[in-house]
Design a protein around this ligand. Structure first.
Ligand code: SF4
Length: 359
């Protein structure tokens, strides 16, 4: 095998097959994966349970790390944002959002994004490539390294570890479903990260056929959908994906998801002045949500690069929330985190033309 792949990308089966190919015992796959994901070792040499000859073969065929820290920014509110250089010279961002005993990591799944949502800085990068499962897992492992280095503790005194994963960084996760599925399976694996499915949330702009595929694959995760508008004309104006799969098709897919998985869907709703934060939009949102098992996560627009989009005033936000709450729709407003370091929703981007991070 050519040395092209991150070893963390391989499934157990693929690793066993490779071991057989190179004349090694397949049971070594368990030991290797244990060192990679439980030990979270930084080099093949640190895999002390693996014989030296096999460690050499591994190192001749695979990368154990694919990312390099290019920049780290700390927000006043405790949020941390990393800029990572990938092995082929591109850049991605990862964000840690600590809240009491919860250490949530927002991971990137692609370099850039093709979805072109108007309110998103990543969209301005265009699409460069999908991330490998190993690269996405490394985003999480590197946060665990950071928590260990900084001696961060849970309230019971134990060493803090990443507790929740949100696939909401750069990229459309469902456009990279094969790799995202691998990541979720590794995170969910009892002997590896052992994270429950409710601790992982995939957020999509609404790639309808992939929502169905997610259910077919039984990917261990929750589903969030970036709805943002309740009217096709307005949604298409800010989310071009709506021109391919409109709101009716999207809701058909989320209804099927709820029916087949028994899980509710979270609708994300970015509040934009005069577009999505109005009395009319609140009423349309009620019409969509009232007959469904769902939650709404409202997010106030963050400053992006589009001067035509504006955040609503606190009064407009309150008015919107009151109308929706009166209809007994479960709606929460997400506190923006890491705004000062451009780590908040829709703010992740790497300026490739200037060759430096915009933050
Ligand atoms: S909001 Fe998400 S799907 Fe839309 S362009 Fe940005 S990264 Fe892509």
């Amino acid at each position: 095998m050519e040395k092209i792949s991150d070893i963390k990308t391989l499934t157990e089966e693929e690793l066993k097959n490779w071991l057989k190919e190179v004349g090694e015992k397949p049971f070594r796959a368990d030991q290797i994966r244990n060192r990679l994901f439980c030990g979270q070792v930084k080099s093949f040499d640190a895999m002390e349970t693996i014989p030296a000859a096999l460690r050499e073969k591994l190192s001749a065929n695979f990368r154990i790390t694919s990312l390099e820290e290019a920049k780290r920014l700390l927000s006043e509110d405790g949020t941390v944002k990393w800029l990572y250089r990938t092995h082929d010279g591109h850049h991605i961002e990862t964000v840690l959002i600590p809240t009491n005993d919860r250490f949530s990591v927002c991971v990137s799944t692609q370099i850039g994004c093709a979805q072109n949502c108007a309110f998103c800085r990543t969209a301005k990068m265009g699409f460069i490539r999908n991330l490998e499962a190993g690269e996405i897992l490394e985003e999480i492992i590197r946060v665990n390294w950071y928590l260990e280095e900084t001696g961060t503790k849970h309230s019971d005194g134990s060493l803090a570890k990443v507790t929740n994963i949100i696939f909401m960084g750069m990229g459309e996760p469902l456009n990279n479903l094969e790799q995202v599925h691998r990541v979720c399976c590794t995170l969910h694996h009892q002997k590896l990260f052992n994270l429950g499915r409710k601790r992982m949330t995939i957020s999509t702009s609404g790639v309808v056929p992939k929502i169905k595929e997610l259910v077919d694959r039984n990917t261990p995760c929750c589903l969030a959908v970036s709805l943002n508008s309740t009217n096709d004309e307005r949604r298409s104006a800010v989310m071009p994906v709506n021109k391919v799969w409109n709101i009716a098709k999207l809701l058909e897919a989320t209804d099927e998801y709820t029916k087949r998985t028994g899980n509710y869907v979270t609708f994300e709703f970015v509040l934009m002045k005069g577009i999505t934060c109005s009395e009319e939009a609140a009423k349309e949102l009620i019409r969509i949500c009232a007959p469904r098992r769902c939650k709404v996560n409202a997010i106030v627009l963050n400053d992006g690069d589009d001067p035509t989009l504006e955040a609503p005033s606190p009064e407009e936000i309150e008015n919107f929330l009151e109308i929706v709450r009166k209809a007994e729709i479960q709606i929460t407003i997400r506190n923006p985190r890491g705004r000062d370091i451009l780590a908040a929703c829709g703010q992740l981007a790497y300026n490739t033309t200037e060759g430096k991070n915009k933050c």
